[in-house]
Ligand binder design. Sequence first.
Ligand code: TMP
Length: 212
Amino acid sequence: MFKTRGTFITLEGIDGCGKSTQTEMLINKFSELGVDYIQVREPGGTAAGEAIRQILLDNRYSLLLQTELLLYMAARSELTEEIIIPALKAGKVVLCDRFTDSTLAYQGYGGGANLEWIRILNNNATCGITPDLTILLDLPVEDALKRRINKADRMESKDYHFHQRVRLGYLELASVEPYRIKVLKATEERDSLHFKIWALAEKLIDDSKRAF
Ligand code: TMP
């Protein structure tokens, strides 16, 4: 693991938790204030990563758990080395929609893959970098299902109990790393939720400026 100058922020939560809306609001704020940032998503963010995303989310494929896990890792390797690390080295704020915690929550807690194995793979796929701040938007699965408007993709199509395990898994991860993973209620009104997310991001960005 090595020290970079940038700030690495990730957003996490079950499908339908409102990450996209909050990401949009946060980058609008970054743009307004002239923050030097990039926004990426997982799986995706590179040409190969987006192609892998299509396989992962396509309902026509029924993938083995380890196939699914390794494909998420492959997309993560590409994104980390090609985009995230260079941006952090250049001192930028990197805002990533999902990262290593998603694999622990979905394939680990949700799917039953060994958590230690996932941690080892995550460490390899990311060259050991970890987010400085992770915002976990917590939402009951019942509420998430009510919010869905589009046809469910391959991951969303997994049953209620799977998504419930994912939600509880995320909360367990947050309880183990409370300094990094901040849990916010996704049921909160979107402007006040944005205000809380911005407050956390702003503090971190200010602190990182002071450190250099
Ligand atoms: P998105 O719709 O939030 O972009 O995420 C794509 C789907 O992939 C979502 O259902 C969560 C899932 N996912 C995993 O199962 N494991 C992972 O490691 C990542 C990054 C996403």
